[in-house]
Design a binder for this molecule. Structure first.
Ligand code: AHR
Length: 333
């Protein structure tokens, strides 16, 4: 049964949907791109948060690239909360921006707001992270990394790190934010290589540290209490690995020696830890997505979104501790 409040909510939603539909009729642009023109492009961008060094570099890249491309950027930080991202997107729709871009904190739960953007004729470009949707018309393209491949690369780096090792391999996994694409896919890629080639590897503990240093430190301390024989840490990002290093040291162990560490990202502080031998290897995840994103925004705004690939992938490299000191001065983030 629908009560009065429920009825009013539905009525309001219907009026709003009608308004958006009318708006879409007036604006022939669909979600493959809006019409070009001489005026400055306005991009509404909803960032995940500021949880890591990677994110700080990504935010800087987006802001600098927008300025360089002459794009008017409206930026908001969702503080790792999906409801904040949904509000930001709705506000960009209300402001009638030309293009919306966001890095979705989690993969599910976006269809409703993406349909609202589509109904308003505002194209959406995903950046960094993907979404789960059964309707491919709800976004034009994704600019970002292949996280599953990053997980596979981390496992292959661990093979190198463990060369010559005999005995059990007891792995602790620090997962990224629960439900986020990089957490799901990095775990999947790593497990794929492990199950295919390493029956001797075992993940004895796995939990989210939310991609933060504090989370990595806290969860690693709990792992060590429950499993004193962990000899490998796979961290889904450098910041969690750096937090975990503190807990490993507090437990009287030497990070990088007693517990081998492989992580993902390749941020400056990760490279510093790697050059000290505390992290053994890093699979790079490039945060400098701004220039590719602005190119995609311009293409979409010119009405040529259908010419873009569905996924604009980022180029990345792998690093081991012996390469860290030489690579550090040239790192860009
Ligand atoms: O989505 C990319 C991931 O998000 C980075 O690897 C991590 O550091 C960040 O929080």
């Amino acid at each position: 049964m629908i009560d009065r409040r429920g009825f009013l909510t539905i009525a309001a939603a219907t009026v709003a949907a009608g308004g958006l539909a009318a708006c879409a009729k007036d604006n022939p642009a669909k979600n493959t791109g809006s019409k070009g023109g001489g005026k400055q492009i306005t991009l509404g961008f909803s960032q995940v948060g500021s949880e890591s060094g990677w994110r700080a570099a990504n935010t800087q890249s987006v802001k600098e690239a927008a300025a360089a491309a002459g794009i008017n950027l409206k930026f908001s930080d969702a503080q790792q909360k999906q409801e904040n991202q949904i509000s930001a997107i709705r506000s960009y729709i209300a402001q009638k921006v030309d293009v919306i871009s966001f890095s979705p904190v989690v993969v599910t739960g976006w269809d409703t707001v993406l349909k609202e953007a589509k109904a308003a004729g505002i194209p959406v470009i995903l950046t960094d992270r993907s979404v789960d949707t059964s309707d491919p018309s709800l976004y034009v393209t994704l600019v970002g990394s292949d996280f599953e491949v990053e997980g596979e690369r981390a496992a292959h780096l661990l093979e190198k790190v463990l060369a010559g090792h005999t005995g059990p391999v007891k792995i602790a996994q620090l997962e990224g934010t629960t439900g986020a694409a990089p957490a799901i896919e990095r775990a999947k890629g790593f497990a794929k290589v492990m199950h295919a080639s390493h029956p001797d590897w075992k993940i004895v503990a796995s939990q989210s540290g939310d991609f933060t240093r504090a989370g990595g430190k806290q969860v690693m301390a709990a792992f060590l209490q429950a499993h004193s024989d962990i000899n490998v840490l796979f961290a889904h990002n450098d910041d969690m690995a750096i937090g975990a290093i503190q807990s490993i040291q507090a437990a009287g162990k030497t990070p990088g020696t007693d517990i081998k560490i492989v992580s993902i990202d390749g941020v400056h502080d990760g490279f510093v830890a790697m050059s000290k031998g505390q992290i053994n290897a890093i699979a790079e995840c490039n945060p400098l997505l701004g220039p590719q994103l602005m190119d995609a925004v311009k293409t979409v705004h010119a009405g040529k979104g259908s010419t873009l690939p569905r996924w604009i992938k980022t180029k990345e490299s792998d690093y081991t501790a012996d390469q860290a000191a030489a690579a550090l001065p040239n790192r860009k983030y």
